[in-house]
Design a protein around this ligand. Structure first.
Ligand code: BES
Ligand code: MN
Ligand code: ZN
Length: 502
């Protein structure tokens, strides 16, 4: 995707479609709007004068210009009330415009940014959200479609335009940033959209190697033999029921800044979760190909690290723990006890609580090997978080107020919303086992918190945040820029967190 920024007189534009964004309060007498009306051959005035177009959020009217016009169509898009406008609404309106252009099968379209800053966003923010919202809304997974491919006309260029030149540089850098964020997100969506018979643990390892090669990162892939030597018995235990080999994958990025902090990002990569011997019901079981969305987020952000404008001031370790969870003849059984990499023993009550098992080895390894200043893990860990928060917000747990604050600030800016959940020490009592140190499942209630309490055992004193993305990784409440299917949740949040790291 190509994103260009241009400025100048409206009458010099040549385009199949110019998307114009209006607040409810935008005066139809604004100079620039009168210019738009003029290039349309006065096709706009009537619509604005009748008051049929109210400027409500995501309201659209498509206007066809007169024959001679160099601007063939004008799409009016409402932005709602000025004082209610924000980054999230910006993403939505740009997504709405891009989708319209796409449905008209146009390869190029222009988004007019004039007047949008009246809503309180800076030029850099506006262009970031324009690129991000537009590119995200155009996402489509067509890899396995063989029949209707001719109908797909991909958009190749998005033009950002303003009548004035003064914000040109800001627009450029914001657009670059937004495009990179969207690119990482699309990559994560692709990984998730691919079925379990394509994206296997081996596929994730190969992609990680590619990312490392492209960016000059160090990449280590621990295979079964090495995992066994290291005592990663939780990951190996879950993998026993499958014939696909498991891996622990580690990517290392060094920012080159002296005394920089090191942040470890840990992703759950269960490429298919059948539940194992504690088999899941078949209804919607196909969705369990998405059980690697935590891994996709970590790989997605690693992929774009070097392209984020401005140099990062933080070292990043990306860790993926990946396997299938299947009920083969050698599979873990309820009641089995495993000795994890950390030395803690775990009684397996439910083989479907496999995420916390494979993460426990990855977290303990991160602490042990890298002594990071912070750990953030992302996992489609529990159905319970969906009950608690639905599909709007990711559940956030942690042991350090400052890190929790950093993550929630990044979340608010990025649009990947998080909501903090409790993790009182009292919960620890309930994960104690009568035969081992801890157990991987307990009685009813607080399911997401017990998952987090389990993970906490393996990070020791390291500042840590756990993001339970089970409700936000796919099929969220649809928005223009979040079409059905996997969302790529976490990529934008992590990118923002690392960018703003101090
Ligand atoms: N991958 C699932 C969690 C999940 C369920 C994500 C539904 C998205 C939608 C996880 O491995 C799991 O099965 N968790 C169990 C834990 C329980 C057995 C303690 C769950 O949530 O039921
Ligand atoms: Mn499970
Ligand atoms: Zn799972």
């Amino acid at each position: 995707m190509n994103i260009t920024v241009r400025t100048g007189k409206i009458q010099n534009l040549h385009t199949n479609i110019l998307c114009v964004f209006l607040f409810q309060e935008t005066k139809k007498g604004e100079d620039w709007l009168r210019e738009v009306d003029r290039v349309s051959g006065r096709r706009l005035a009537g619509i604005l004068n009748t008051g049929d177009f109210k400027g409500e959020l995501n309201e659209t009217v498509l206007v066809y210009s007169s024959d001679k016009s160099s601007v063939k169509r004008i799409l009016l898009v409402g932005m709602g009330k000025k004082r209610e406008f924000n980054g999230e609404k910006a993403r939505q309106v740009f997504g709405t415009a891009a989708k319209q252009a796409k449905s008209l099968k146009l390869k190029r379209f222009i988004l007019c940014l004039t007047g949008i800053s009246d809503g309180g966003l800076s030029p850099r923010e506006i262009s970031h959200y324009a690129a991000e919202g537009a590119v995200m809304s155009l996402y489509e997974f067509t890899k396995f479609k063989t029949e209707d491919t001719k109908k797909i006309t991909p958009v190749t260029e998005i033009g950002l335009y303003d009548t004035e030149r003064k914000n040109f540089d800001e627009y450029r850098s914001g657009a670059e940033e937004g495009l990179v964020f969207a690119k990482g997100t699309s990559y994560a969506r692709d990984l998730a959209s691919n079925p379990g018979n394509t994206v296997t643990p081996t596929y994730l390892a190969e992609d990680a190697r590619k990312i490392a090669k492209e960016n000059g990162f160090k990449c280590t892939v621990f295979d079964k033999a090495k995992l066994s030597k290291m005592g990663m018995n939780a990951l190996l235990g879950v993998a026993r029921g499958s014939s696909e080999p498991p891996y622990l994958i580690v990517l290392e990025y060094k920012c080159g800044v002296k005394d920089a902090d090191t942040v470890a990002l840990v992703g759950k990569g269960v490429t298919f979760d059948s539940g194992g011997i504690s088999l899941k019901p078949s209804k919607k079981m196909e969705e369990m190909k998405y059980d690697m969305c935590g891994a996709a987020a970590v790989l997605g952000v690693m992929k774009i690290l070097k392209e984020i404008p401005g140099k990062l001031k933080v070292n990043v370790i990306g860790i993926i723990t990946t396997t299938e969870n299947l009920p083969g003849g050698k599979a873990l059984k309820p009641g089995d006890i495993i000795t994890t990499y950390s030395g803690l023993t775990v009684e397996v009550i439910n083989t479907d609580a496999e995420g916390r098992l494979i993460l426990s080895d990855a977290l303990a390894y991160a602490v042990d090997k890298y002594k990071p200043d912070a750990i953030v893990d992302l996992a489609t860990l529990t159905g319970a978080i969906v009950v608690a928060l639905g599909h709007y917000a990711t559940g956030m747990f942690g042991n350090n107020a400052l890190l929790l604050k950093k993550v929630s600030t990044a979340a608010d800016k990025s649009g990947d919303m998080v909501w903090e959940m409790p993790l009182y020490q009292e919960y620890d009592e309930h994960i104690k086992s009568s035969v081992a140190d801890i157990k991987n499942s307990n009685g009813p209630g607080a399911g997401a918190t017990f998952g987090a309490a389990f993970l906490q055992k393996f990070v020791k004193k390291t500042p840590w945040v756990h993001l339970d993305i089970a409700g936000t990784a796919w099929d969220v409440n649809e928005k223009s820029y979040l079409p059905k299917g996997p969302t790529g949740v976490g990529v934008r949040l992590l990118a923002r967190l690392l960018m703003d790291w101090k």
